[in-house]
Design a protein around this ligand. Structure first.
Ligand SMILES: [Fe+2]
Length: 413
């Protein structure tokens, strides 16, 4: 079991220079941005650009002496052509900093824009880990959903249309400079989006809390973004899971409760802090091809897979699942780690159900005819599968898919 344990006692985080969190803290955006430059690009989407919050932000930036260029055509899943269109429009215009306002795609667009406005190539030249050759423009992230963790991650997910698959640009050079996280911005988040993003955040916390520890060498630490579960990511997972247990079950019935929204947004931030160095695992590897096939939201896909992946992983590292049970408030003294892990899985199912996340792949519209293709594509995401505490074979993914499709909640050996 030592391969999944943190025998080196490692702790490592990668994080923005400044994080401002709290209801109403969006008032800090304009003065902070003014400290970075006098000409900025605001990346957002068609939903957000029409909101009073976005108009207020543009007004505040103007009052702070900042000229604001707006790109409001950010598309879901961030297609490569969307990024290159922005690059064509805004290269050479003297922009000094980039703001992302919106969900994960808008925040990742801000990272991509910062890269495109600093380096001359096509975005595809930078796919992969550590391919960005040097500094980029300062990035300010302002999330309006509680889920992706993109506000603090050093990763931008891009949909590569030529291959019809999601790829990523991962680099310390696109780590946001400042994240301003204001839960009030999620009060008007629609129910479906709230549910999908909450399921995503929960999956980040569970996957990072139960990831493999890699005991990385110095060269691993320098060359790879995901260096394994460690004592610092564990701190964030524990707090994020505690907040999820307290509030995820309430957000569907109390969407205007700022305390509930604040808990979810802090939990999502915690998930982001953990995934920046530990990394997501089997759920995310398997969801990507499912998302491509079904065009269902990322959060619903990872959520629907999560309990079945947890059951698969439980025998590989029961202690970490017992710790998840403790964080979720369902730990029983005297019970075995396996029993506590089982209680954690049931609690996760309860939380997913409370927000209306599908609990089977059949509900997501997956066809059993596609299982082979999904399993093969999942195993190509080696950056993610390497984080999983139990080895993912083709047959194991097939069995996870079968169980997740049928709703088979029996335990694994
Ligand atoms: Fe995710």
């Amino acid at each position: 079991m030592s391969e999944v344990l943190n025998v080196s006692g490692l702790g490592v985080l990668r994080q923005p220079r400044e994080v401002i969190f709290g209801p109403g803290q969006r008032r800090m955006i304009a003065p902070l941005v003014a400290s970075l430059g006098t000409s900025v690009l605001l990346c957002t989407d068609e939903r957000m650009v029409g909101t009073s919050e976005c108009r207020d932000l543009i007004d505040q930036l103007g009052l702070a002496g900042v000229a604001v260029h707006v790109f409001s055509q950010t598309l879901p899943d961030l297609p490569r052509s969307n990024i290159m269109r922005l690059a064509e429009e805004f290269r050479g215009r003297g922009i000094e900093a980039v703001i992302g306002l919106g969900g994960g795609s808008c925040l990742d667009m801000a990272k991509a824009a910062s890269l495109m406005l600093s380096h001359p190539e096509d975005i595809r030249e930078y796919y992969g880990e550590n391919q960005v050759p040097g500094a980029t423009l300062p990035i300010v992230t302002v999330p309006t959903t509680a889920g992706t963790g993109a506000e603090i991650s050093n990763f931008a997910v891009v949909f590569e249309e030529d291959k019809a698959m999601k790829v990523g640009v991962g680099s310390r050079h696109i780590l946001p400079t400042i994240a301003v996280i204001d839960p009030e911005l999620t009060l008007t988040c629609p129910p479906g989006l709230t549910a999908a993003t909450a399921a995503d955040a929960l999956s980040h916390l569970i996957e990072n809390a139960t990831d493999r520890s890699k005991n990385p060498s110095a060269s691993d630490m320098m060359n790879h973004l995901y260096v394994g579960k460690n004592v610092l990511t564990d701190v964030y997972c524990r707090e994020g899971l505690r907040l999820m247990a307290a509030s995820m079950g309430r957000v569907a019935s109390e969407p205007e409760n700022i305390d509930v929204r604040t808990d979810l947004m802090f939990a999502a931030y915690c998930g982001g802090m953990a995934l920046n160095t530990a990394g997501t695992a089997a759920c995310h590897a398997i969801q990507a091809p499912i998302g491509n096939l079904t065009h269902t939201p990322h959060g619903f896909g990872v959520g629907a897979l999560l309990p079945y992946v947890m059951r698969f992983n439980l025998p590989a590292h029961p202690t970490s699942f017992a710790e998840v049970a403790r964080a979720l408030g369902v730990f029983r003294a005297g019970a075995s780690d396996e029993e506590n892990g089982g209680a954690a899985i049931e609690k996760v199912e309860e939380l997913l159900k409370a927000v209306g996340c599908p609990l089977t792949l059949e509900e997501l519209g997956v066809s059993p005819d596609d299982f082979e293709a999904i399993a093969s594509a999942s195993l190509l995401a080696t950056r993610l599968t390497a984080n999983n505490p139990r080895e993912l074979t083709h047959e194991a993914v097939m069995e996870i898919l079968r169980r997740a499709w049928h709703g088979d909640r029996s335990s694994w050996d």
